[in-house]
Design a protein around this ligand. Structure first.
Ligand SMILES: Cc1cc2nc3c(=O)[nH]c(=O)nc-3n(C[C@H](O)[C@H](O)[C@H](O)COP(=O)(O)O)c2cc1C
Length: 254
């Protein structure tokens, strides 16, 4: 069984998506107390959009992807810069080398592109070629449904709590020099790797991830509805639904 996991630049559902693939790879089914070993031949290739790389770092997940895809053949991690504009590795889908594609999480940007048949990035190329080769594609949109959702944010500095210390331990200890400025510093999220050390070191609890409420736009919901009508594409409400999807019972021994 070979799965292509595509990650786009979304914070929403990102940790949940990582947990799902870590779980599948480990072969531990989360709904049973006595998990059975999983199909030993499961291989997961990861395809990441440019924004996906940045956001994965901000949430401290990028470095952990090697636990899922160790770099061997069909277990690589592909990013956009190395795949140029034509995404040659997406040709594997025309060759039918994968059993399924999962885009989780899928930003509203990537959803819109797929809905309009655009294939100008690594992930949209993967989806385009997979559907042309009749490989099933599962998409977990971040903005697919009416109503508000709670979404975890990357680290930021709470300006009400920060005391503007001269000797700011979080700033001075950050190996990536991602915290800058005085008296109240800021975090450069493009440098941050989400390690969380700053949050632990601040004695005033001024650095946290926080949670925000987000409401999907009508256009995003419409685009997801359009995707639902596309042949070969299945919309999943949450990343965990991929584990329980009926056609994937064969990931586990009966
Ligand atoms: C911390 C962070 C979290 C984000 N979360 C989301 C999200 O949950 N959903 C979304 O549609 N866009 C989100 N974005 C915006 C996308 O990264 C941005 O639209 C990007 O252009 C998407 O590119 P991609 O679809 O090629 O990955 C987030 C951006 C940042 C910096």
């Amino acid at each position: 069984m070979k799965i292509a996991w595509c990650i786009t630049g979304a914070g929403h559902f990102l940790e949940e998506s990582y947990e799902v693939f870590r779980t599948i790879k480990k072969g531990v089914r989360p709904d049973v107390s006595n998990p059975k070993p999983q199909t030993p031949n499961l291989k997961i290739t990861i395809f990441i959009s440019n924004a996906g790389v940045e956001v994965l770092r901000m949430y401290g997940i990028f470095a952990k992807l090697k636990e899922i895809s160790n770099g061997d053949y069909m277990e690589e991690i592909f990013t956009e810069p190395e795949q140029g504009s034509s995404s040659p590795k997406a040709g594997r889908f025309s060759l039918k080398k994968y059993d399924a594609v999962v885009v989780s999480p899928a930003t509203s940007n990537t959803v819109a592109k797929i809905a309009y048949g655009i294939a100008d990035s690594l992930v949209t190329n993967v989806v385009s070629l997979a559907t042309k080769a009749c490989i099933p594609v599962y998409i977990v949109p971040t903005d697919g449904f009416p109503g508000k959702v709670e979404s975890k944010m990357p680290y930021s500095i709470d300006r009400d709590k920060c005391r503007g210390c001269n000797d700011c331990e979080p700033r001075d200890s950050c190996e990536r020099e991602a915290i800058y400025g005085a008296p109240i510093p800021q975090i450069d999220l493009l440098r941050c790797d989400g390690c969380g050390l700053c949050s632990e070191l601040c004695p005033y609890d001024a650095i946290n991830g926080g949670v925000v409420e987000i409401k999907a736009r009508e256009i995003d919901i419409r685009n997801v509805e359009d995707l639902r009508k596309m042949e070969g594409i299945t919309i999943l409400e949450r990343p965990e639904h991929f584990i329980f999807y009926k056609t994937h019972s064969d990931y586990y021994n009966p």
